[in-house]
Design a protein around this ligand. Sequence first.
Ligand code: GLY
Length: 438
Amino acid sequence: MRVLVIGGGGREHALVHAFCASPQARQVFCAPGNAGIAQEADTVDIAADDLPGLLAFARREKIDLTVVGPEVPLVAGVADLFAENGLPVFGPRGDGARLEGSKVFAKEIMDEAHAPTGHYRRHTELAAALRDVDTQETWPVVVKADGLAAGKGVIICQDAGEARAAVRLCLAERAFGEAGGTVLIEEFLSGTEVSLLALCDGTRVVPMAPAQDYKRIFAGDQGPNTGGMGSYCPVPGFSDGLAETVVEDLFQPVLDALRRRGIEYRGVLYGGLIVTEHGIKLLEFNCRFGDPEIQAILPRLDSDLFEACLATANGELDTVALRWRPDPCVTIVAASAGYPASSSKGDVISGLSEAAALPDVTIYHAATAVHGHDIVTSGGRVLAVSALGNDFAAARERAYGALARLSFAGLQARADIADRAVQAQNGEIGLFPADWAS
Ligand code: GLY
């Protein structure tokens, strides 16, 4: 079969890499891809948000399955366009992608599904939002722009001054454009975050292994938020049984609520969970694979991802059971100078072949390009270094060993990725609030 992956980051490299290992995927294309993806698949110079260009390519090349990586084309309706033209696609249509594209919509669906989440109020008028801030008695609160804001639309506010500034940023200054035309003022939930991704075929839900990511740029969770500086999979203390419970209590009711609205959700449902002392709640939904979570999840997958994605797109998830290797996986992101405020482009990357040749190591490219005979940086998050090991300590050591072979000017990486997983596996710490399950 002929597969097209839309996107060009580390997530898409992980998908391409997995599809290339499938005997069913005879030819793998990626639009636009990157330098690493080009070593494994046929890259096509079409932007991920060029919907007509993608459609024309898929029709011309008789693509059997298109797998959409990023949220932007999904929210823009790429799955609708492909389906209307008889092209099978993995990824929800625009109506289902609103779970990520509109935080208000996601909250409405969570409420309909009785899925636990933080309390919230929504506002479109600045004066009403400011009055609401003045009635707030407990801090912090979270102010969220309703729409897609490139990861910048969630602002944790420690006091009324910060909250007023945040609602002004959205509703008056329109810092996030239309995405900030509606804001949510939401209860701040404290606890431990877990990313649980699940395949959904409209009616059924098959969870993947749980993962955790690192959002801040500096070790010790310091500094500004990023797209993700590392991850690991699985999560010590988050059992398969717990994942099944989350599916039963949260994901399946959400999928059913969508169906009652006439929305058939096919693709991946990414639940941003938080384990609080009062139980598991939903922070958010995303309509695509997590990045860099999927770079830590897929090396552990012992089943054919392409087969699973095809079954998802065809509404046949009853034919799929995902199997997992016992070995944990650790993923470290190497980012370029200036990230996340800016990024450096054109810096020559060395050590790629040596690092990739190490046992149980995979180097996923995220923002790389070819320049002459060199592979160079082309954005913020440049590479994701994933390694498997018998335990978290071994996986982490391998991942950092591979990272040490890589260099480019200004390389930034956190030095503490998976430390807590090692400690939790050794029984030195617990990752979750005490007594949370009781
Ligand atoms: N790792 C967070 C995300 O993919 O949104």
